[in-house]
Design a protein around this ligand. Structure first.
Ligand code: SAH
Ligand code: SF4
Ligand code: F3S
Length: 471
């Protein structure tokens, strides 16, 4: 029987990758992917718990499915991902018509569980052990993933792919739900990572982005051999076909000199580092339990500037964390001004049940103040990014072309031979230019004519035609 699945993904790159694997698995079990929940036999939401807003969006989408389920009780509704792990039965209570709840560590059980629902065994739940639910090893095992199953058709582009090198997180920042939803930090075995990179290269993938919550803390121990991030990058650099290697997200404390010199010496590795600071204030960082001071962060930043002088650095910030004074907040503004990040993702603090901050600290910054600080910080970020991007006008940059821009897709100029295309530089800058769809997946040189805070705008540099054999 041909069964139809609809899958909606929210959250971080980990979830995008998880959805790709689940789809690959379901296709092997006879499913096809459809574009709307209406036409699907099975509707899956891959969810995120990092902020309350992300969860509320899923609950409101679920509310809309209630009627559809009434009309067609055979339609299976499943919640997978971090919210499934965090809320477990609470989801059944809030939405009793949900059939399936599967945490990020149990995604490989989805085809079997769907079959159980279909054959009348009732609703199903598979989640990992909690962080206090057993021995270290059994907890870790219950959070393992099944990455080798890949489906290029599910990726935004076939020539770019995510590759997970690390599962979970042990940093326990006081605001963060991730160590609970994704379990203990575990580095995947380097031979698994290398063989997956080779498979991706064989599928035509040119750029891989290595994923981990604190990717630069990567470590794998096998007998006497310890592999760290620097040696993993050296090994991946040898995979032919892979031309660019990026990695997110980095933890400031683990940005070692050895890692930075390795990045400098390996041309395929992008000189682009996403190293979230979260706040510019030592008092706030302490309450966040981030494990560094601003002096430490600046020392790391200066190490990057010395070893990789032209690297781009980007950051995340939380505004309105418990007890953040106006003075604390202004230190975040100052940090952006000093570090001139390429971009920063800015979030308003959202209390997460089960975290230390939710138990011990008061969420005392009013909503309006969080919103105002968010805008103010963003204004500083946009200012420095625009100034730095404008410095590139007149320069030529090499991009990997990703595809038509959102704007050209919106305008619907499907038949036009010339469309606005988007590419990204080695340093992760976004470049828009007039081109054509066939350029997707190619490396092109673009001359920059203009810039905004998010995008460089340019034109393809005409290539000198080399004639061979007099033709
Ligand atoms: N592992 C990564 C980030 C994971 S979550 C790291 O350590 O940097 C992505 C971002 O969401 C975080 O960097 C943080 O800025 C934000 N975030 C996490 N928990 C949050 C919360 N409770 N409220 C608001 N933002 C949060
Ligand atoms: Fe969350 Fe901190 Fe781990 Fe990042 S390092 S996932 S913010 S606990
Ligand atoms: Fe969200 Fe889970 Fe990623 S909480 S940010 S989907 S690891």
């Amino acid at each position: 029987m041909n069964k139809k699945v609809y899958i909606k993904t929210v959250g971080c790159q980990m979830n995008v990758l998880d959805s790709e694997m689940v789809v690959a698995d379901l296709k092997r079990h006879g499913y096809t992917v459809v574009e709307t929940p209406r036409e699907a036999d099975c509707v899956l939401y891959n969810t995120c718990s990092v902020r309350e807003h992300a969860e509320e969006k899923v609950y409101s989408a679920l509310g809309k499915l209630k009627q559809a389920k009434k009309q067609n009780p055979d339609k299976i509704i499943g919640i997978m991902g971090c919210m499934a792990q965090k809320d477990q039965e609470i989801i059944f209570k809030r939405a009793p018509y949900v059939d399936l709840i599967v945490g990020p560590g149990q995604l490989h059980t989805i085809p079997g569980l769907l079959e159980k629902v279909q054959t009348g065994e009732g609703r199903q739940m598979a989640v990992s052990l909690s962080r206090k639910g057993g021995s270290q090893l059994t907890i870790a095992r219950s959070h393992e993933t099944f990455d080798p199953l890949r489906d290029p058709a599910m990726r935004p582009t076939p020539f770019q792919a995510y590759l997970r090198i690390q599962i979970g997180c042990d940093k326990f920042c006081t605001y963060c739900v991730v160590p609970n939803t994704r379990g203990p930090e575990q580095g995947r075995a380097p031979d698994q990572i290398l063989s997956e990179a080779t498979i991706l290269a064989d599928q035509g993938c040119k750029e891989i982005t290595l994923l981990g919550q604190t990717v630069n803390s990567y470590k794998h121990i096998d007998g006497d051999t310890t592999t760290d991030m620097a040696s993993l990058l050296e090994q991946l650099h040898d995979v032919s076909g892979i031309e660019r290697i990026k990695f997110v997200t980095n933890y400031p404390k683990d940005m070692t000199e050895r890692l930075l010199t390795t990045i400098r010496d390996l041309p395929k590795v992008s000189p682009y580092l996403h190293v979230p600071a979260q706040s510019g204030s030592d008092a706030v960082l302490k309450r966040m339990k981030r494990g560094y001071t601003i002096a430490d962060y600046m020392e790391m930043f200066e190490r990057i500037e010395t070893i990789l002088p032209h690297a781009t650095v980007s950051s995340d910030f939380i505004v309105g964390f418990c007890g953040e004074t106006e003075e604390d907040f202004q230190k975040s503004v100052k940090l952006i001004e000093r570090c001139r990040f390429k971009n920063s993702f800015i979030f308003q603090y959202s209390v997460r049940p089960g975290t230390k901050a939710s138990e011990r600290l008061e969420d005392d910054i009013p909503r309006e103040v969080k919103a105002r600080r968010n805008n103010e910080l963003l204004a500083m970020q946009d200012k420095v990014a625009k100034e730095d991007n404008l410095k590139l006008v007149g320069e030529t940059v090499r991009v990997l072309v990703e595809g038509p821009s959102k704007k050209s897709l919106r305008d619907g100029d499907d038949d036009s031979p010339v469309v606005q295309m988007i590419g990204r530089t080695h340093r992760d800058r976004i470049v828009a230019f007039d081109g054509n769809r066939r350029q997707a997946g190619q490396f092109l040189d673009i001359q920059i004519d203009d810039a905004s805070c998010h995008t460089l705008v340019g034109r393809v540099k005409t290539v000198d035609v080399v004639t061979i054999g007099g033709v």
